[in-house]
Design a protein around this ligand. Structure first.
Ligand SMILES: NC(=O)c1ccc[n+]([C@@H]2O[C@H](COP(=O)([O-])OP(=O)(O)OC[C@H]3O[C@@H](n4cnc5c(N)ncnc54)[C@H](O)[C@@H]3O)[C@@H](O)[C@H]2O)c1
Ligand SMILES: [Zn+2]
Length: 369
């Protein structure tokens, strides 16, 4: 089994990813090092819980945890609130957990973000590990230490940076994930190729059908390479203070606006990011930054992934999308900063306030293809 490491200011933490990971002696060893004689608290949601809580708890006990409390909240983004955070912390108190406790996030990005934030704040901070069960969580949200909850005013508005002690991806657990959720993760995977790694992009072009059916070899390659790329960026800019981590927002400024216009329900995050990436690539070409054909190549891969290539929620007009982008929390001093590409595999941050040009490019990717 390959073992990746993420470097942070406070040291390293490993990412372990394999089919049947929990049964591997090497994984058991890593778990025993962190769980033995500790009080553990596994947090999950009510979709993942019935599927994977029992096998995980069994392993937690087998590697020598002193105790293992569990809790599950209703699945979905609607649970990513301060109210759920309060419930989790109260459950922790009820279970007598102190500062030496270890929280374990078992689930997708919602469980991971909530558990991470609970761990960042419970008793002023306890350790936690991530056991991601969606492709998006395996390749993105479980790595990097960003944790948060939503407010009615917007997503991820209250949060903290808090790195996990370990990320453990049991790849075969992806098999129960609905295909639309798989594609959501694939959008982020494509993003890493576009901004950081042309060879990885070409690999995705060659292996998309296998990835979509979660072929074991391709899936493992993709999860590991995505984590490797994200870890490299995070290591250089752990707290997003140096502008390096900004490139991970490729497609997201456009995408968030599309996602919001769909009311966070009709369009998934990955679907919105897919269209957002195309808008960013289209703009890169239009500005003469990227060679002609860059956006077309990306569009072909996005189509192959079964992701949308046009913004289609009702009301997703170029004006409405641009309006939404200007409200994005990443706008600095009224300047729209966009992650664009110089080529497949090379990102560049550009400030662009040419309204007419933006509307023209966005318009190309709205409506029926
Ligand atoms: N912290 C970060 O850096 C970061 C990065 C990207 C996204 N996020 C956050 O991640 C969240 C989205 O994550 P997500 O897409 O994983 O959503 P999610 O956690 O809501 O999971 C999607 C759905 O799949 C179900 N599910 C999870 N694993 C399953 C499995 N193996 N089999 C069957 N069903 C399963 C869940 O119960 C849920 O209903 C958002 O809140 C977003 O803000 C955070
Ligand atoms: Zn994203």
């Amino acid at each position: 089994m390959e073992r990746l490491e993420v470097q942070t200011e406070s040291g390293f933490y490993p990412i372990l990813a394999a089919e049947g990971a929990l049964a591997l002696p090497a994984v058991r060893r890593e778990l025993r090092e962190r769980l033995a004689d500790r009080d553990c608290f596994v947090i999950t949601d009510d979709t993942v819980g019935p599927l994977y809580l029992a096998p995980l708890v069994r392993v937690v006990k087998e590697v020598g945890a002193r105790s293992c409390a569990t809790t599950a909240f209703p699945a979905g983004e609607a649970s990513k609130t301060l109210a759920t955070l309060g419930d989790l912390c109260r459950r922790a108190v009820e279970n007598g957990l102190d500062r030496q406790a270890l929280f374990i996030a078992l689930g997708g990005g919602v469980v991971g973000d909530l558990t991470g934030f609970a761990a960042a704040t419970y008793m002023r901070g306890v350790a936690y590990i991530q056991v991601p069960t969606t492709l998006l969580a395996m390749v993105d949200s479980s790595v990097g230490g960003k944790t948060a909850v939503d407010l009615p005013e917007g997503k991820n508005l209250v949060g903290a940076f808090h790195q996990p002690e370990l990320v453990l991806a049991q790849l075969n657990w992806l098999r129960t994930l609905p295909p639309r959720q798989v594609r959501c993760g694939v959008a982020e995977v494509i993003k890493y190729g576009v901004i950081l790694d042309p060879e990885f992009f070409a690999y995705l072009e060659a292996s998309m059908p296998e990835l979509l059916v979660l072929d074991a070899t391709v899936c493992r390659q993709v999860v590991l390479q995505s984590c490797r790329l994200k870890a490299q960026v995070v290591a250089q800019d752990e707290n997003e203070s140096k502008g390096i981590r900004e490139i991970l927002n490729f497609g997201h400024t456009f995408g968030h606006a599309v996602e919001a216009l769909g009311g966070y329900s009709t369009v998934t995050h990955g679907e919105a990011v897919a269209v957002g990436m195309l808008m960013a690539a289209g703009l890169s070409e239009r500005l003469g930054l990227a060679p002609e054909g860059t956006a077309a190549r990306l569009e072909a891969l996005i189509r192959a992934a079964g992701l949308p290539v046009r913004a289609q929620p009702p009301g997703a007009t170029p004006d409405a999308i641009l309006e939404g982008m200007s409200r994005d929390k990443k706008v600095k001093h009224g300047q729209l900063r966009l992650v664009l590409v110089r080529d497949i595999g090379v990102a560049q941050v550009v400030e662009c306030n040419d309204r007419e040009l933006l509307l023209e490019v966005i318009g190309r990717y709205c409506g029926q293809p």
